[in-house]
Design a protein around this ligand. Structure first.
Ligand code: FES
Length: 119
């Protein structure tokens, strides 16, 4: 397998502490979220009814959906509470030289990404 590719997605300065922003990369809607200094990349669309998670409140390692408050763990995408039928994909992130890059082929844990979290 070839080395995973990291795609530059945002300047570091665009990501404020405790907030998310939505981006698009190769047809994937991705929310970048900076929490306690670390940048996380997760699916932006909530599996419940497609709200943009990038605009949800961030607290204690989790992000909540701004519509019906499903709660997800940022590091794993696991759904913790609320009406979402499943968790989120996570993506590997690198932050270096003032730039945040995301890898579509790896999860935040560095494992090969599945095309769907249900697989
Ligand atoms: S759209 Fe996210 S919980 Fe309903």
């Amino acid at each position: 397998m070839s080395d995973p590719t990291y795609h530059p997605l945002a300047p570091s300065s665009e990501l404020e502490e405790g907030k998310g922003r939505p981006y698009e990369l190769d047809g994937h809607r991705i929310a970048l979220v900076r929490h306690e200094g670390v940048v996380y990349a997760i699916d932006d669309l909530c599996p419940h009814a497609d709200a943009s998670l990038a605009f949800g409140p961030v607290e204690n390692g989790c992000i909540a959906c701004p519509w019906h408050y499903a709660e997800f763990r940022l590091a794993t995408g696991e759904v913790l509470s609320g009406p979402s039928p499943r968790g989120l994909r996570t993506y590997a992130v690198e932050e270096a030289n003032g730039e945040v890059s995301v890898c579509l082929e790896l999860t935040a844990a560095g494992e090969p990404a599945k095309t769907s979290p249900d697989e």
